[in-house]
Ligand binder design. Structure first.
Ligand code: NAD
Length: 452
């Protein structure tokens, strides 16, 4: 079936209202859960073939991550769907006010390569819970995962309700021209702009989960060994191919040497030379791009690279903003370290950059915490940790400015894929004539009193 015909068929199915009742949504979430559980080994093998993630990462950041989200969505769906009573002002006496979440219609989810399963399915959970029909376009760079999702999701669901479309960039370009009721895109800022422009032609609302350079600040009060371990964890998870990975470190000059030693210690402990725990870089083209970001004279620490598509954890020091590694989002296992003398200078510099998706601060100082979190704008982040805010479904996840538009996770995913229809219900027991023209002086003086 052509993409246009699939889209038309989904719209027609949506218009039958089949997807709206609670029972249908719950049943579809259960089907998604069962499909993933039944073929879990195959999904994990596919993701492994694409990125060589360790068994821990395969479960914690891909399959296990979304199974938990499905469980929680099923648990809370009834509550999320409840029509909510709102307040009504006194002058509207005789009326009651409500908010009702309704599905948007037929939506498109476009995924990136780095968490090729989780980043598609996590959004899908919200789209299903909210009662939409869905077309999914996974990344073509992770072709094993793309094929496994197409095979099992397309077998489990009717294409008029949910379908996985595979193909290259031309396929994505064809999809984004269609008048979807929402496009949920995860990927680079550059492609996000292309998606946004195409969506604008149809006035299609978008969620754009984008990337950028996420800073990490380590001040002189920080507990260095803990900071180093948590930074190394967040940076080298999936070999740095994580949208919220610490992109670069700003460390206070007085503790730079001690902090670098702790970084080295943590890397050697977590990723010894023969480790299987370090993911592959998605393609040789990406590997070449990453190699080009390294200035060999500034390398503080690296290892022998193991295997063709691997890149060793690398730390660079004496880095400045004119280095190549600071000109673009790194998205790989290279960690540049810059230094600062006062927090104000860091804040001024970060403010001059596009607003980041994440920001991390390592400190024991409450004043530093307050200053950084009040003065800097970023999607989300953590004090004395990296990455983990993404795993809390009670926190909305998303960027700001160049790092994205819109949020999801937990109930926020349901809200993202819903329209909260606002309406009032008015009594017919009375109908004061004073509200209607022709208006006399009494009506004018009454409206002045009421709206005062
Ligand atoms: P990408 O933007 O290259 O690709 C994402 C999707 O866009 C793919 O499905 C691809 O088919 C499509 N695409 C690529 N070029 C296109 C074009 N010219 N026209 C139309 N569609 C096109 O992103 P990627 O390389 O797969 O992922 C890495 C980026 O994604 C990083 O910037 C990262 O920070 C970001 N990211 C963000 C989040 C988040 O949650 N905010 C999560 C993961 C990744």
């Amino acid at each position: 079936m052509s993409i246009q015909n699939q889209f038309n068929a989904q719209q027609a199915f949506f218009n039958t209202n089949t997807t709206k009742p609670y029972a249908f949504r719950y049943q579809m979430l259960s089907k998604l859960e069962a499909t993933i559980k039944t073929h879990q080994a195959e999904f994990e093998t596919a993701i492994f073939k694409d990125l060589h993630k360790s068994p821990f990462e395969l479960y914690a950041t891909e399959v296990g991550f979304v199974l938990r989200s499905i469980r929680e969505a099923k648990r809370d769906l009834k509550k999320w769907m409840r029509v909510k009573k709102e307040k009504t002002p006194f002058f509207q006496i005789g009326s009651k006010s409500f908010k009702m979440a309704e599905p948007l219609g037929t939506v498109l989810i476009i995924g990136p390569f780095n968490y090729p399963f989780q980043l598609v399915v996590e959004a899908l959970v919200g789209a299903i819970a909210a009662g939409n029909t869905v077309i999914i376009k996974p990344s073509e760079l992770t072709e094993h995962t793309e094929k496994a999702m197409a095979k099992h999701f397309n077998a489990a669901f009717e294409p008029t309700y949910l379908s996985v479309v595979t193909g290259g960039i031309e396929t994505t370009q064809e999809l984004i021209q269609l008048p979807f009721d929402h496009i949920f895109f995860t990927g680079s800022t550059k492609v996000g702009q292309i998606v946004y422009q195409a969506a604008a032609k149809n006035l299609t609302p978008v969620t754009l989960e984008l990337g950028g350079k996420s800073p990490t600040i380590v001040d002189a009060t920080a507990k260095l060994a803990v900071a180093a371990r948590r930074i190394v964890y967040g940076k080298y998870l999936n070999a740095g191919q994580t949208c919220i990975a610490p992109d670069y470190i700003y460390v206070e000059k007085s503790i730079e040497a001690a902090f670098l030693e702790e970084l080295k210690k943590a890397i050697e402990q977590f990723y010894p030379a023969q480790t299987d725990d370090l993911s592959h870089i998605v393609s040789l083209r990406h590997l070449e791009r990453l190699k080009g970001l390294i200035d060999p004279e500034k390398v503080f620490y690296t290892q022998e690279s193991q295997g063709a598509q691997r890149m060793a954890p690398t730390v660079m020091r004496n880095v400045t903003w004119s280095d190549k590694v600071m000109q673009e989002e790194i998205f790989g296992p290279i960690l540049p370290v810059l230094t600062f003398n006062s927090l104000d200078e860091v804040i001024i510099k970060i403010k001059s950059q596009p607003k980041p998706l994440a920001l991390y601060l390592f400190t024991e100082s409450q004043a530093a915490e307050k200053k950084v979190f009040e003065e800097l704008s970023f999607g989300g982040g953590a004090i004395n940790d990296t990455i983990m805010h993404v795993a809390n479904p009670h926190l909305p996840f998303g960027g700001i400015g160049a790092s994205g538009i819109g949020k999801y996770h937990g109930k926020t995913s349901f809200d993202t894929f819903s329209h909260h229809k606002a309406f009032m219900k008015k009594t017919t027991l009375f109908d004061p004539k004073v509200l209607y023209p022709p208006y006399d002086d009494k009506a004018v003086s009454m409206i002045k009193k009421v709206l005062k």
